[in-house]
Ligand binder design. Sequence first.
Ligand code: ATP
Ligand code: MG
Length: 416
Amino acid sequence: MIRCPRGTRDFLPDEMERRRHYEGILRDVAHTFGFREIGTPIFEEAELFIIRSGPNILDELYGFKDKGDRELALRPELTAPAIRLFVNGMSNHPKPIKVFYFGQCFRYERPQSGRYREFFQFGAEIIGSATPETDAEAIALAVSMIRGLGLTDYRVRIGHIGILRQRLVDAGVGKDDMAEILRKLDKKSYDEAEPLLEDAGVSDADIADIFAMTDGTDGIGILAGIAGEAGDHLRSVLSCLRDMGVRDVEVDLGVVRGLDYYTGIVFEAEAPALGAEKQICGGGSYTLSELFGGEKVFSTGFAIGFDRILLALEKEGAVYEADGIGAYVIPASAEMRTRATEVTALLRAAGIPTDTDIMGRKLAKAMKSASDSGARCAVIVGAKESEDDAVTVRDMVSGAQTVVGIADLADFIRRP
Ligand code: ATP
Ligand code: MG
């Protein structure tokens, strides 16, 4: 038996309906913030992702050569494609440009719960603006999306890459050691960071101070003591967020993320209930367009791991009730089949999701199909009612039967 490839999933109708429901909520929230959707190809020139993330990305990339010898790759993320789209076709649109996207990404990873080789991201980018309001807008959208889905147990941590970098520079860390040390601090691997800091000549007092700064406790208090532009910027972002009613965010100056291309604000959201794979959203401000042949513009964006956030909702016991169909039409006898087909067509034209028997089943069996279909009501087309241009509507929950004229049928069924 052939199965879907390792790390990928099939979605059966119930699951697909649930996914579309939540996807719709995210799209609606993005619209309420004035963002517009974009679409980009599933595969791109591999170079695009290498430029953005460095050659290490090749380990995760589904890369291939096409018949014209082009080096292509299935997209592992959507920020680089979004910025490529901006450089190619939107660079002279009025700024800021506010776009969002939803689509699958591919990474060659070790599959586990919440980690797949094909997964979905819902993300947004604000392109061409670098104000604190820009960052606040992006973070507020991310938080509103998470809340909009109904998730209650989540944490949002905001940092500023410039504050930690500056602190490390002040403590004597040179360019060559910076990336490695940041990586350890990002993971809060202090045992591994300590010898690196010592080797870089950082004093014990500074090391203790740097660890306290990045451990995520009392971020707000520590931020209050930080002078300079980066500190001011982060304080302004927090103040904007408060104005927008977003107060449940934490300051964590240890948030570093992808390291190389973020320039200012960095933020992450997590759902603690998910354990190891708990990060449900990551973002920050960056510049990328100049690497793709455009002019340099500042942007802020984020991506929500759609599959993970759905897992988190499930863990919280959120249940999605499928809508089901409105009506299941059944001919009471073989002679009434044509009439039943006409009634089906009429209800469908009226926008009511309607199903009918297409397997020539007799009344009792067709009633069973109606029940299996999850329809709210069965519409039984009998000879006697037909003479009066009517049908019998059976409420599938209460079992109550009503004779309803064809002219009123759609309205009758639509009524809750
Ligand atoms: P992680 O540290 O968990 O690998 P990441 O830093 O690689 O995450 P990003 O590149 O920031 O993740 O992607 C944004 C979001 O996409 C993540 O926060 C996560 O929710 C989700 N995500 C990333 N990789 C996967 C995957 N393989 N399967 C499912 N979701 C993923
Ligand atoms: Mg990863």
